[in-house]
Design a protein. Structure first.
Lengths: 140, 140, 140, 140
């Protein structure tokens, strides 16, 4: 399980990247069940993206896939075209949601919304990179 | 904040344009939070467009973008393809919603629905042009 | 049918009453089909009441009853207890919605929200009274 | 407007109270428009309360009332019985949501969910008390 403290640290890492690229973001961290643990909307970020960030985290965990990869499958002609009509509108099919893994298994997810796709993705990756780095064995 | 009187004046300016192009419209003005301040449905306008006009105003403020520009990003293959599944179905991704700005910051939005995209857009622009003109410094 | 001009006059009459009792209100007028013709949120009125005013007007026309009367039927033990679960959540069961009648037939409705029940009701009644008075034959 | 830093401080004050009473909580802070600024779910708190906390904050701002007071009006026979059917299910009618005021005007709201009514309320009050205290004039 991801603790609230861990979620806060993941968010802090993502926020630092958002500051670096100069784009205020909504950042959400969800647990194993896809349910929200913590969320922040940085000053100046769109309020319409609150819901999107939370749902990107849900989606990434619901299907254990980054929403960036899901996007390709959900396009017209793709295997999952129309998947966004499922789950009561909680499935987001554009970049910014990534599963959070521990010992090779998804235990949660991060969702980011507030910029263009590549921006959301890089901020989400900053969060997952932080979480992954914490797992590395300490070198002797 | 936008007052009711201001919202009425914005709507009047938009109505005048709708009369000029001969297409009855639904016109809505929302506040900073995307919440409706005032709405009119001109005689003969579609009742199915009531909801659309109100939601175009919500969308324009929620993401500080015209729904005309959002439309391009929300197409198949675009960065925001699938965004209309968010926010409980309140995100409209076709022309007619524009933020209303004061001193360079969005303080509300107008949403127009009742005709084709270019018609909705021109009526919404008449509303925003009126609001922008009010801000001009008085010439000496 | 109720025209936009008529809806505006009904709203003006209701607004005057709201000013008189000193409580800012949301005021909505719906057509024969229960669909919104016009809405205003007076400065300082709750944004949570936008939806309620619009739905009170819908409800009053949907069942040709004042929501004040419907409230009695919708209480626990009443004939219509639970009716608010119908119509996708658009049925409001507290005072402030009244049908608008012409020649004895309902042609629309007014919905008011922003104060306590008696306040909403008196403002809605001011709107219906205005509409009824317009129909009186001119005295010789 | 409430900044993210302010929201975090409000949440920290509320969390401290939740720790004191030994009940893990969901705590949400919303802006003027009722939109989420930040949320935390304390370790062990119900995930079903995520949505409730966020909606209590929305409700408190939407009607500028504590959900504790709204609860009384929303009971069977009360002026607002049935109000929870409005606003697409976002109206929560039990204790835990309180407006956040600055210079006497509501600028946001806090919503708390995770315990019984009195617990949620006391944690929300800890948040609002912190925010109010920040406004006190500095003693000479």
């Amino acid at each position: 399980m991801i603790t609230l403290n861990e979620a806060r640290s993941i968010i802090a890492a993502a926020e630092a990247m958002a500051d670096e690229i100069g784009q205020p973001m909504n950042i959400a961290v969800a647990d194993w069940g896809g349910h929200l643990i913590a969320h922040v909307r940085m000053d100046g970020a769109w309020f319409g993206s609150v819901d999107i960030a939370i749902k990107k985290a849900f989606t990434a965990r619901a299907f254990d896939i980054s929403t960036c990869d899901l996007a390709k499958l959900a396009r017209d002609g793709g295997d999952f075209f129309g998947i966004d009509a499922s789950n009561q509108g909680r499935v987001m099919i554009f970049a910014g949601g990534i599963p959070l893994c521990r010992e090779g298994r998804a235990v949660g997810a991060i969702g980011v919304s507030g910029g263009l796709g590549a921006q959301d993705q890089s901020v989400a990756e900053a969060g997952t990179a932080y979480f992954a780095a914490r797992e590395l064995p300490v070198a002797a």
